[in-house]
Design a protein around this ligand. Sequence first.
Ligand SMILES: Nc1ncnc2c1ncn2[C@@H]1O[C@H](COP(=O)(O)OP(=O)(O)OP(=O)(O)O)[C@@H](O)[C@H]1O
Ligand SMILES: [Mg+2]
Length: 320
Amino acid sequence: MHKGEAGPGCAKVDPIIVADNVRRSFGGVHAVDVDHLEVPRGAITALIGPNGAGKTTLFNLLTGFDKPDEGTWSYDGRDLAGVPAYKVSRMGLVRTFQLTKALGLLTVLDNMKLGATGQRGESFWGGLFPPLWRKQDKDIETRAMQILKKFKLDTKSSDFAASLSGGQRKLLEMARSLMTEPTLVMLDEPMAGVNPALTESLLDHILDLKDEGMTVLFVEHDMHMVRHIADWVVVMAEGKIVAEGDPYAVMKDPAVIDAYLGAHQDVDLGEVTGRIPVQGDGVAAPALSKAEIEAEAEAELAAEEAARKSKRRHDEEDAR
Ligand SMILES: Nc1ncnc2c1ncn2[C@@H]1O[C@H](COP(=O)(O)OP(=O)(O)OP(=O)(O)O)[C@@H](O)[C@H]1O
Ligand SMILES: [Mg+2]
């Protein structure tokens, strides 16, 4: 997968993302300070690091949701610097959010349909001619239902997204991201807050994405999950890439253990997906408390407001 020795910023045989000198500070905090990063194509790469390491900020920069102070990056050989988020997703690079962004007052199916791009009814003239979009609308709905079925959400297609559990909303967000038939899927903490009963199917879905030829880059704190599904691990701390390698090598790296993993990193929690056999019994993570769920909902509202602001900014910039 990589050329030469594995280490921070090492070259990949076939990179899909190449980033150079990407920096973003907030006040005095260097949230992202990456000299060079390549993400291997067709593999599952985990981005790990302590809270505040800059993982989400890096995601925001790469996908056009935020702008760096400096730096260049390309996706599939195309320069992405300055390209706004909605155009990035049309190019085949989609991402999900650490806090889910499913629209609560739309049905599950409508959320899915919003994920489709290039709909004819969206343009002014196209919208005036129903025959043009009716057939396409039907096709989009068929595709949406197929994906929902895979994620076991098809029976909830006419429910409001707000009625789903946090974990189901995460699944919905991932399902929706697939409506665009992406090449690269970036998942920001897909497992956080997900009921243990759903984690196994989530892991399976992520492995499926790779089997279908997609590239996956995901942020995760659960080392158990990283070890089981990642082909490659990138470690961030204080905005910088501090280690890279295959999961086993990275998790044995004393610097990574010191900085992040702590003493119990080699305790394996057991079989997850059944695809990768391991020893020992599975141990479930605790479910979220009511207070945590409420806090999550509040944070979600704040994040939605921030996203609206960011979109307005991009729209204004586009208009100029
Ligand atoms: N909009 C913002 N305004 C000010 N500071 C910010 C903003 N976004 C991020 N930061 C700061 O940048 C640093 C990196 O944050 P970021 O959210 O990218 O970390 P992270 O690795 O995703 O952490 P976590 O694992 O907790 O999600 C932190 O110090 C954070 O406080
Ligand atoms: Mg984050």
